[in-house]
Design a protein around this ligand. Sequence first.
Ligand code: SF4
Ligand code: SF4
Length: 388
Amino acid sequence: MGRKDTSYDALYASFEERIEQLKKLPKMKEESSIEEVIEENGFGRRDFMKWTGMMTALLSLPSTFTPLMAEAVKVADRLPIIWLHMAECTGCTESLLRSAEPTIDSLIFDYISLEYQETLMSAAGWQAEQNLERAMEKYDGRYILMVEGGIPTGNEGSFLTIGGHGKKGKDIAIEASEKAAAIFAIGTCSAFGGVQAAVPNPTGSVALSEVTHKTVINVPGCPPSEKNIVGTLLHYLLYGTLPALDVYNRPKWAYRLRIHDLCERRGHFDAGEFVEQFGDEGAKDGYCLYKVGCKGPYTFNNCSKNKFNQGTSWPVQVGFGCMGCSEPDFWDTMGTVNEPLKDRLYNTTFGGLGADATADKIGIGLLTATAVGIAAHAAIASVKPPKE
Ligand code: SF4
Ligand code: SF4
C-alpha cells in the first residue's frame, strides 16, 4: 500500500479482517453492486473515490484508508437494517432522500438492506406489521436499529399507536432495541425527545435512550447531516464496535467540535464585527451572526464541513445563525431564535452540564471565558456605531 505511518497498521489489518468477515455474509441485494448503482446514476469511479476519501477524512482516518472505505461501502448491504418512525415529521428521512438529484449518500441509503422502513416500503397496515415482526425474528441479534422520532410515554404510551393491531410506539421501540446488534437514534427527536418533548411536552415524549437499557448512539440534528448518518453506519461496518462517544452519546468524530470552532465567520467574531440586523452592511460583508441569534458557540456539530442540499451550503453560510438543533432540549434552552444568549454561560444556564463537558470535561473554564468574551464583544459592539 506504500503507507508510511505504521501506527495505523494494526487498525488497517483489523478493518481488512472485518471486511473479509462481512463478505462471507449473504449478499442481500442480488440485483446490482453499489458501483453499478452509482454508475447508473451518472457518477464515475472518480466521484466515488472522491466521496470515499471525504468520508475517510470525516471519520478522522488517514487518506491511506480510502480504499478500505470503498470496500466497506461495497459490503454495506450485508447488514440488515430496521428503521422505525416514532413521533416526528419524517424530516430526517426526507432530507436524506429528497434531494433534487441523487447523491452518493442517498444511493448508499438505497443500497443498504433496509428490511423495514415505513416511508420507503410499499407494504402498509397488517402486512407492514408482519414485515417488521418477520425482520426482527429473522435477524434477531444481527440487525442495526435506526429510530427516527421521540418516544411518547404519556398515558402509558398511547399517544402513538402504529399498525393494524394498534401497538404502542414505545413497546415497538423497546422490543426492536432488545433484539438489535447496534442502535442509532437518528435526529434530535430520537436522540433527545425533540420538539414534541419541548415544554409542556403533552405526550410525555422522551429520547429513545430513556426507554431502553441498551446503549444508543445519538446522531442528533434537525435534520442530521446525511454524512453523519451514513458515516455512523460506515464506522460500525469498519470497526464492528461503538464509536468514541461524548457525554450525550454523540460520536466524537462528528460532534467533537463546536459550530463556532469550524465557522467561516469566526474571524469576524474574533474581530468584534457583527451583523446588527438582517440585511445591513455587516450582513452583506459576511460578518458574525452572533448578535442576530447564532447559537454556534453553544452547539457541537460539523455542519460547516458537511453542508446541506447536496453539499452546497449551510445556514451560517447563507446568513442565518445556528439554532443549536443538535443540543439536548434546544427548543427550550437556546432562547429566542434571532436573539443572542448574551452573557448567559452555557454551563450555568443549562442545568450545570456544560457543553464543554462533552470534550471529556476539559475546558469548562475555556468555554466560560468564551462566553464572557461573547458578552464583552456584544457590549463593545453595542457602543460602536453599526456599519452603514
Ligand atoms: S457566533 Fe455563529 S456566525 Fe459567529 S462565528 Fe460563531 S458560529 Fe459563526
Ligand atoms: S447550523 Fe446549527 S441549527 Fe443548523 S443544522 Fe447545524 S447544528 Fe443545527
